[in-house]
Design a protein around this ligand. Structure first.
Ligand SMILES: [Zn+2]
Length: 314
């Protein structure tokens, strides 16, 4: 469920222990997202954009040379490469989380620790999750780039900017949201008004754009890794229940990351709610409830008396 949330910071260091697996795979995901943008807007494409701007200058001629994602032509380059790259990281995170969840449960029961991935997840559910998640990510990457390019070309045309400058601006803003592209433009205008010009001005704008790009890739990666971790664990619990390791009445409970003014009202509301393993919390089926959500879940088996026996508490 790719989402984007603009104005949050990563969890506090003490909250990171909960997300050990998500955090472990996050740098690889961040790199994969940056790679996806660079693959879409590669030097050949950037060269063609430049040519289109110089020769014709129209928005449509520029857009025509960029291979934006077309759901009717999913095999068009470069999307199969991007899809493979993103799928690989998401699968690794998902499987690591599923194996970890199963090991924790089996350890508590004093059982056999040697597990194969076939024992802990249903492959069909895994593949559906990966395909849907990567599909949405690809649309997010393509659409945001499309909007950014449209914005720059329209602004450049309206202001009568030299096509080569417009081409350079497109190169600088690869991977940024329209809002962030605007921030780079504002920064460039500010620096120009302070007397910076030429190569120095361009370098400063590029540095700022790179910083924004790093933060954006981090936001997407953090959220996607938390989602993959949560989905992998749930698949594992459901598989163990199906195979009789967990009883049919096993339940899972929402745990909000408490003790912080930043815990959002949605998560406080969900805190402590419990549902069957195949159930739903209503607004969501499992954490995260939103981008950068720090919530978790636990699985437990209710006792007859009404008291509960917490099996695991990751
Ligand atoms: Zn939350």
């Amino acid at each position: 469920m790719p989402l984007e949330w603009q104005d949050t910071r990563p969890p506090e260091p003490e909250a990171r222990a909960t997300y050990a697996i998500a955090v472990r795979f996050e740098p690889a995901m961040r790199a994969a997202i940056s790679r996806a943008f660079r693959t879409l807007m590669n030097p050949t494409v950037l060269g063609e954009i430049r040519r289109a701007l110089v020769i014709d200058g129209s928005l449509s001629s520029v857009m025509a040379v960029i291979p934006f994602y077309d759901p009717h032509r999913p095999r068009q380059e470069p999307w199969p490469i991007i899809r493979r790259d993103l799928s690989n990281i998401i699968r690794r995170t998902y499987m690591a989380a599923a194996l970890d969840a199963a090991k924790r449960l089996i350890d508590k029961a004093g059982g056999e620790r040697h597990l194969h991935k076939r024992d802990v997840v249903r492959e069909a559910a895994t593949q559906i999750y990966i395909d849907e998640t990567v599909g949405s990510l690809i649309v997010l990457i393509s659409n945001s780039q499309q909007e950014a390019v449209q914005r720059i070309v329209a602004a450049g045309t309206a202001a009568g900017i030299n096509p080569l400058t417009t081409a350079r601006q497109i190169k600088t803003t690869v991977g940024l949201l329209p809002r962030e592209t605007k921030a780079v433009e504002n920064r460039r205008a500010l620096l120009a008004s302070e007397g910076l010009s030429g190569v120095k001005l361009e370098r400063a704008a590029e540095r700022y754009a790179k910083k924004l790009h790093r933060l954006r890739a981090e936001r997407i990666a953090r959220t996607e890794m938390l989602d993959a971790q949560s989905a992998g664990r749930l698949n594992s619990w459901q598989t163990l229940q199906r195979d009789g390791f967990l009883p049919p009445n096993a339940r899972r409970r929402w745990i909000a990351e408490g003790g912080s003014a930043r815990t959002c009202p949605i998560c406080l509301e969900l805190d402590g709610q419990d549902i069957p393993l195949n159930g739903s919390y209503g607004i969501v089926d499992r954490p995260p409830a939103h981008v950068m959500c720090r919530c978790s879940e636990t699985v437990y088996v209710p006792r007859r008396s009404g008291s509960v026996n917490v099996v695991t508490g990751l």
